[in-house]
Design a protein around this ligand. Sequence first.
Ligand code: ADP
Length: 235
Amino acid sequence: MTETVVVRDLRHRYGSTQALAGMTWSARAGEVTAILGPNGAGKTTMVEMAEGLRRPAEGTVRVLGEDPWHACAEHRARVGVMLQDGGLPGGTRPSRLLTHLSRMYAHPADVPTLVQRLGIGDFDRTTMRRLSGGQRQRVALAAALVGRPQVLFLDEPTAGLDPHARRDVWSLIRETRETGTTVVVTTHSFEEAERVADRVVVVARGRVVADGTVDDVAGGRGLEESYFSLTEDVR
Ligand code: ADP
């Protein structure tokens, strides 16, 4: 399978904090890769580099063969990004916003279908700024999917969602993978990694401490137990 996201030896410092201490991993087309790690492990810094939002000081990132920092508009259109704080405008209603975004892409997803799949119709008469955190989260996911990206980055996609909404999001993620999309999910939920991930990259203190299929990493003990023994020395 093709490696579509390749991260090699990324290093980054914020003053005296070594956020990334040589991070290396890759993700493949048609698979969900979960980046699992505690707060402060470097997930957001690293994913921002893969999204082209932050320039790596040392190391390389390639997404669909290109350096995301220098990538052209066509490249950016092939990559979907769901940020933790959404970054979506407050004054519009969800499906109006999604329709507007869909017009920026050559082959967008069908907005009414996305609205229905993510239960957005229930609050579609409300402007973005008045939505609850969970509702905004669902619109942010729809916004990341509307361009039918080849690579999709999701930063804690189910944080703050109720159990029903989490299930809907997980099944949508699995369906997206079936279309050949590369999905990279950062999470600190073991359940999320077990439900959606083909591969798990466990990170701690800016390093990869384990990388493989869920079964490889879980080693027959369950992901949660393995995770704590893997990250014990580096927390
Ligand atoms: P995660 O997403 O895994 O929680 P982050 O990439 O947000 O990890 O953070 C990694 C480390 O870098 C943490 O120690 C965090 O406090 C620090 N950090 C993140 N962003 C900044 C920043 N803008 N300035 C200073 N330190 C930062």
